[in-house]
Design a protein around this ligand. Sequence first.
Ligand code: FAD
Ligand code: 2HG
Ligand code: ZN
Length: 469
Amino acid sequence: MSLIHALESIVGPSHVLIEGDLSAFEQDWRKRSKGRALCVVSPGSTEEVAQVIKACASHQTSIVPQGGNTGLVVGSIPDESGQQVLLSLKRMRSIEAIDTDNLSITVQAGCVLQEIQEAADHAGLLFPLSLGSEGSCTIGGNLSTNAGGTQVLRYGNTRDLCLGLEVVSASGEIYSGLSGLRKDNTGYDLKNLFIGAEGTLGIITRATMKLYPKPKATLTAFVAVHDLERCVNLLARAHQALSAQLTGFEVMNQFSMSLVSKHIPQLACPFPGAAWCVLLEVSDSESERHASEQLEALLSDAIEQEVANNAIIADSLQKAKHLWHIRESITMAQAMEGLNIKNDISLPVSSITEFVRVTDHALKEMLSGMQLVNFGHLGDGNLHYNVQAPAGMPASEFLLEFEDRVNTLVYQKVKQFKGSISAEHGIGSLKVHTLPHYKDPVALQLMRQIKTSLDPLNTMNPNRVVLLT
Ligand code: FAD
Ligand code: 2HG
Ligand code: ZN
């Protein structure tokens, strides 16, 4: 039987797409790359995923898993061969159980992140993972990329929120690890192999995630700051003053704000002249009054000591959402401006100011007029240090001529300052050739050994994350 017929008999013919417009599955979110799939198969259960994997293995056909296809490193689309099966988790989107005593939720991998947040909220609890793409990314994708987002400072990355996984292995066996346990020292922690593996070791089909009590009050402030050094200073003060109540600390440079104002004018920056803005969030377990007293004291002190220039505190939930929306629209505004060079980097917070000073300078020496869309999760030491063509130069020309040179320069500086070339988006195929230059060689060798022992036929999202030759 042909592979297509085998897949149709497993999931039903209407869930195997072969022709028509498949661009939603074959093109990445940034429209940077487009592949071609042999077919798009959408299983409806873990058992169907297992059978699909077995069928593909017996035809020596590789599989690319896909959730919401919002990934930013070209890892969730097929290559150009037309020979890979795109396995979409979109049909597997049930919220299966909420355990309010255990503070946990069990969901299928294709659940959209926002729906999990809403389900937790309806149960009077909080699922804290929060990203700009939350309306379309899936928990399977979040786990597979170990997504970060805007609440890492307080609650950690997706990895830290996971209690257990169900995974279909590369040979089509179902690993049932949905324990929901917070303590389990019975050998290797397998779930942590699959988290962050970007679909190269198996398919995540279900997950049990942690929930938290909802804070009594959450307050959001937008702060104008003269330079990045002062942003770092404000962060240290916020840690001191607010301790675990500090739940978000995001920075945005003026150019990133100007892109939002240009393309989405209803989300214009409240401080258009500010060199830097900080979005700061406080979550309080006591009362709104307590939170607002602490936040006001922090900000007035910072303004008095010339650490901050100006600040507003949102006085309604709607205004707080608006401020967050400004921050979360930077990625969309960049996409509307045209392709740029993305650098999702992390550094020790104490080195960030110096890194930016020397790297900005070196880039402008390479080509005067380069524009830096510099923003990110300063509280986690994570910058989105993106580089845009000089005004007037077409993006395609800029990328063709400068992408490799810019990446090499930025990554060399990241290495010099002991940082990482991928803080939260992953490696995908975009950075798979770059990784060996920056990863510890023994770590890379161990990664290859893990890949070949868990996926000996190399059928699970091959040529992403780690190259075998
Ligand atoms: P996809 O893009 O479909 O897949 C991502 C990777 O995971 C691929 O390698 C894919 O093969 C694999 N995969 C997907 N599902 C499974 C599965 N069930 N089993 C095994 N492998 C699987 N990322 C952040 O970390 N922080 C942010 O703040 C952030 N903000 C973003 C804002 C915007 C506007 C956009 C467009 C993206 C943003 N991202 C961010 C990137 C992206 O949203 C995340 O990486 C997200 O976790 C991807 O989820 P997804 O369901 O779209 O996965
Ligand atoms: C964010 O923090 C995302 O908004 C996307 O990680 C970053 O657009 C980017 O480079
Ligand atoms: Zn980010």
